[in-house]
Design a protein around this ligand. Structure first.
Ligand SMILES: Cc1ncc(COP(=O)(O)O)c(C=O)c1O
Length: 385
């Protein structure tokens, strides 16, 4: 007998293709893995030390479900310093990862059967977390235009059905590196206000951007009367993927609700992890700048290599650390990625993992040392020529 989940929305879920291909390669030590979206370096020493000290001090008890006061204050200070915002600690909720922050936000916002409209390709977990709740995910394509990724806002607005509950926008975007400008963000807020719909802004890549110190954020455009939630994470900016630490920014009245819903999801986050987060926010700028320069060099290396391959089309990412490229003639990205793994020992993510708009593309995470990337690009070449 096969035992299955009861909820139809859960039964209909498809596993993430990002993990599926990687699972197929478990045990193969020869693979150059460029499929997961994470920095190659371990978390900086000063952040690790802060957590070790907190453990040694015995900070091992339950904590408030909204997060410890010191971290919520540090988040307000960090965000207001980075943007021209005037947020207060009670606009912040600490969560065990950006992923959980997203799930909790959706649980608060998405009513049964509501539509969640998302520019796509997009990180599959956004759609998955909405679908678990019975939402209908409506995708609006981000397309390459004159060598960069772009989203037509009129097309986005026109695609929102009457039962739209939320716009879920991930900018800077995983996997494309597309990024909204300030004026576009303002238009989106105006649209949400006019239509009375929620804005869920995923900004976890806001510090990995190549032509400025931080990506445009909704944080300096929203007010406490707006229906908004901003998702962020320590994972990418401070190389803390394994720690599972993220946060939400929201109107103070919603924060209280997020705390209740958070209590019934994860209850609280381990105090030493939160203490590590404070250290990252207060002393992490040098690490962020150094990482940005490393990723820029890596991006430029990939671009130079692909420039010599006429079958490859690679719109240059403005942000994040992914090359999302197409190969002329490739229509089934999963089979192609499988072949790249089998024959060339390089682990890429099939574009189909990011929705139908990603089919025909491959994602390569270039958060890696240049010699390793050079080797990977060399190994890939025969299948890209
Ligand atoms: C667009 C996007 N949002 C959110 C996350 C969540 O990050 P984490 O759960 O590690 O905090 C990721 C991770 O890959 C991501 O790519």
């Amino acid at each position: 007998m096969s035992i299955r989940a009861e909820r139809p929305a859960v039964r209909a879920l498809q596993p993430s293709l990002i993990r599926k291909l990687a699972n197929a390669a478990i045990g193969r030590a020869d693979i150059i893995p460029l499929w997961f979206g994470e920095p190659d370096k371990p978390t900086p020493e000063f952040i690790r030390q802060a957590a070790k000290d907190a453990i040694d001090e015995g900070q091992t008890y339950y904590q408030p479900s909204l997060g410890i006061a010191e971290l919520r204050a540090a988040l307000a200070e960090y965000t207001n310093g980075l943007y021209d915002a005037s947020l207060r600690p009670d606009n912040f909720v600490v969560a065990p990862s950006g992923m959980t922050a997203l799930s909790v936000a959706l649980q608060c916002i998405v009513a049964d059967g509501a539509a969640v409209v998302a520019p796509s390709p997009v990180w599959p977990n956004v759609a998955g977390a909405a679908e678990i709740l019975g939402a209908e995910v409506v995708r609006v394509p981000i397309r390459p235009l004159d060598g960069v990724w772009s989203l037509d806002l009129d097309e986005l607005f026109a695609a929102c059905p009457a039962h739209t509950g939320a716009l879920a926008i991930n900018s800077p975007n995983n996997p494309t590196g597309w990024m909204l400008e300030d004026v576009e963000q303002q238009r989106i807020i105006d649209f949400c206000r006019e239509r009375d719909i929620w804005l869920i802004a995923d900004e976890v890549y806001n510090r990995i951007v190549y032509d400025r110190a931080r990506a445009p954020s909704f944080a300096d455009k929203v007010c406490d009367d707006d229906k908004y939630v901003i998702i962020n994470s320590f994972s990418k900016s401070w190389a803390m993927t394994g720690w599972r630490l993220g946060w939400l920014t929201a109107p103070a009245t919603l924060v209280a609700t997020l705390g209740v819903v958070g209590e019934f999801n994860f209850s609280c986050v381990f105090a030493p992890t939160q203490v590590a987060g404070i250290a990252a926010l207060q002393d992490g700028e040098a690490f962020i700048s150094a990482s940005r320069e490393r990723y820029r060099a890596a991006r430029d290396l990939v671009a130079a290599s692909f420039a010599g391959l006429p079958r490859v089309e690679f719109p240059l990412p403005q942000a994040a650390f992914y090359a999302f490229f197409s190969v002329d003639g490739v229509t089934d990205s999963y089979s192609f990625a499988e072949r790249m793994l089998r024959e060339r020992a390089v682990g890429l993510t099939p574009g189909a993992a990011f929705g139908p708009e990603g089919e025909g593309y491959l994602r390569l995470c270039y958060a890696a040392e240049l010699p390793l990337l050079e080797r990977a690009l060399e190994q890939m070449r025969p299948l890209l020529k």
